[in-house]
Design a protein around this ligand. Structure first.
Ligand code: BGC
Length: 391
């Protein structure tokens, strides 16, 4: 982290210049010239406690020229806070989480974390690769969920600040050892969070391995665009997906890709999440609400808009863009009022929702799903952007 100060001075000038340009076309035009002059890209780093085995955890505060901010800690690569303006310019924290490290360590349903080595479930915690059967840690009934007992959400990542002309960020790295949670190969993973002056939280994932292994990294933020004032049932969601992957009772995909048309899974047009969540529909019963992977309509490769989430009272709009083929929409069904989060807010049923860009769950056991296998010499590279605006 040395050299942050000197970099700050040099890059602040670049950033301020970039910021002035962006500010002039920003929707938040009521700001005075004096305001604009004082707003610049900024990174602050401070200690955020230590784990029980004595590892120091740091908290990065990223700020862009429009005053949006994100706090990200090195434990679990967790986004602790994310503040964005409502349509009147009022900043609120739009993600669920805790005020301190101890609560994250004690009991967190993956609040704001990077999950890995494999996001979501692998049926019965096993798969066969190149003729060898691998047994993974089982932590969800008979299945493997979000990387196992100690997934990437529960480790301390190495960190370095990232300064760009139009963004600030933190690059987080973690080496997952051969055999960790049952996976083959030493996996070098890096996740770079960037807060851009276009009001995006951009997440760039990279990994390499020395043995063939499944990899499926995602971000497990629980969003509530009201600023966690009430549940998420009035948020309107649109998903760019004509199909989803139905699951069995244990939430393992059956392997089929089924059309959403004519079902409560159809979010091809913006629809309030609560409108059909209680419908008599077997898939909703299995999930206790929405907890499924949608198959994104991808014309070709590259980045597409996967989802749009709109909250009518605050006017906040979040667009999700990704290079991934799927998105898990989880409507916070397991939140039940037993967790008290930041600012002593009780997180009741469906107080937050996740939009996790990913490959489909259980792909290592589903030959017809896009492959999640990374081999030596290959580079795993994916990008997801959460973009914030109002209307
Ligand atoms: C899964 C849920 C799970 C939740 C963990 C989601 O990604 O799809 O089934 O309960 O993460 O809190």
């Amino acid at each position: 982290m040395c050299g942050i100060k000197s970099q700050q001075v040099v890059l602040a000038a670049v950033a301020a210049a970039a910021g002035m340009v962006l500010c002039s076309c920003s929707p938040m035009q009521s700001r005075t010239a004096a305001d604009q002059a004082t707003r610049q890209l900024d990174i602050k780093v401070k200690p955020f406690g230590e784990t029980s085995d004595g590892q120091q955890v740091r908290l990065y505060t990223l700020r862009n020229v429009n005053g949006l901010s994100a706090e990200i800690m090195t434990y679990g690569a967790i986004v602790v806070t994310l503040k964005t303006p409502d349509r009147k310019g009022k900043m609120d924290d739009i993600v669920l989480g805790y005020d301190n490290l101890a609560d994250y360590v004690k009991n967190s349903p993956y609040f704001g974390a990077i999950v890995g080595r494999y996001g979501n479930r692998i049926g019965q915690g096993k798969f066969t690769l190149d003729g060898v059967e691998y047994k993974l840690a089982v932590n969800n009934g008979e299945n493997h969920l979000h990387g196992g007992l100690k997934g990437f959400d529960k480790v301390v990542w190495s960190d370095e600040p990232v300064w760009k002309a139009n963004a600030v960020g933190v690059k987080l790295s973690y080496v997952s050892k051969d055999g960790e949670e049952g996976y083959p190969g030493n996996l070098n993973a890096t996740v770079t969070y960037l807060l851009t002056n276009a009001n995006e939280l951009r997440i760039e994932y990279q990994a390499t391995t020395d043995k063939a292994t499944p990899v499926n990294l995602t971000h497990h933020g629980y969003f509530n665009l009201t600023g966690a004032q009430r549940d998420i049932l009035d948020h309107a969601l649109a998903l760019n997906a004509d199909k989803f992957t139905p699951v069995d009772k244990g939430l393992i995909p059956t392997g089929e890709l089924v059309a959403v048309k004519g079902t409560p899974m159809d979010f091809t047009r913006p629809t309030p999440i609560g409108a059909r969540i209680g419908n008599e529909f077997e898939q909703l019963k299995f999930g206790g609400g929405y907890d499924h992977n949608w198959v994104l309509n991808k014309g070709g490769r590259g980045m597409i808009t996967a989802a749009r989430l709109y909250e009518p009272t605050t006017g906040r709009l979040m667009e999700v863009r990704t290079t991934e083929p799927g998105i898990q929409f989880y409507s916070g069904n397991f939140l039940d009022g037993t967790i008290t989060g930041k600012g002593v807010v009780v997180y009741k049923h469906r107080w937050g929702l996740c939009l996790e860009t990913q490959h489909y769950p259980d792909s290592p056991n589903k030959p017809n799903f896009p492959s999640t296998i990374l081999r030596p010499g290959e580079k795993y590279e994916t990008t997801t952007i959460y973009r914030f605006s109002t209307k």
